[in-house]
Write a protein that binds this ligand. Structure first.
Ligand SMILES: C[S@@+](CC[C@H](N)C(=O)[O-])C[C@H]1O[C@@H](n2cnc3c(N)ncnc32)[C@H](O)[C@@H]1O
Length: 170
C-alpha cells in the first residue's frame, strides 16, 4: 500500500479536496480530511470489500471504476497493480448533474431523463477529478484507462488476475 505524500500540508489537502465538487474516494479517511462527498464507505461497499479474494501481489482491473473507490481499496489490500477503467462518469459534470437532480427534487418537478447533453464535457474530464485528486493525495499508483469497456481492445488492455465489475447492470 502506498503512503500518502507526507509533504502536503493539511491546508493544501483540504484546499484540493474542497475544489473537487464530488469526491467520494478518500474513503476510510486515510488523511483525516472531510470530503464534500461521502467519505465513509457505505454498507454495500463494506460488504463487497469484505468479500474480495486475497489481492496481495495480484493485478486487478476495475471496470466502471468511477471515483476509484474499489481501485484504491484493492491497492490498500495489497494488489500489485490496479487499473481503473471508465469513461462515461469521467466525461460528466457530475456535480452540475446532481445539483440539477437536487433542485428538481426540491421544486417537486421531474428531472430530465438520462444524462442531458449539457452535463457532458469530455474535454475537461470533470468527472475524473475525484479519482485523480484521491490518487494524488493517497500517493496511489492506481492507473487509469479512459475507455468504453464494451468497445475496448481487450488484447491491448492485457490480462489481470482479478477483474472487478461492480455496479453495472448487464
Ligand atoms: C453506478 S457506477 C458504479 C461505480 C462502482 N463500480 C461501484 O460499484 O460503486 C457505474 C459506472 O459505470 C461506468 N460505465 C458504464 N458503462 C460503462 C462502459 N461501457 N465502460 C466503462 N465504464 C462504464 C459509469 O461511467 C459509472 O462510472
Amino acid at each position: 500500500m502506498p503512503s500518502a505524500p507526507a509533504r502536503l500540508a493539511r491546508e493544501e489537502i483540504e484546499r484540493e479536496v474542497n475544489s473537487v465538487p464530488l469526491l467520494l474516494a478518500l474513503h476510510r479517511n486515510r488523511r483525516r480530511v472531510t470530503t464534500p462527498g461521502n467519505s465513509e464507505p457505505d454498507e454495500r461497499q463494506h460488504r463487497i470489500v469484505s468479500a474480495l479474494p486475497d489481492l496481495r501481489g495480484k493485478s486487478v482491473l476495475n471496470v466502471a471504476a468511477w471515483d476509484g473507490f474499489f481501485s484504491f481499496e484493492a491497492e490498500r489490500l495489497g494488489a500489485g497493480r490496479v487499473v481503473a477503467l471508465d469513461h462515461l462518469a469521467w466525461e460528466l459534470d457530475i456535480a452540475a448533474c446532481m445539483a440539477h437532480w437536487r433542485e428538481c427534487n426540491e421544486r417537486g418537478v421531474k428531472a430530465e431523463a438520462g444524462l442531458p447533453e449539457r452535463f457532458h464535457g469530455p474535454a475537461e474530464l470533470l468527472g475524473k477529478r475525484g479519482l485523480d485528486t484521491a490518487r494524488r493525495l493517497l500517493g496511489s499508483r492506481v492507473e487509469s484507462v479512459m475507455a468504453n469497456f464494451m468497445e475496448t481492445d481487450l488484447d491491448a488492455l492485457g490480462t489481470f488476475d482479478v477483474v472487478l465489475f461492480l455496479g453495472l447492470k448487464t
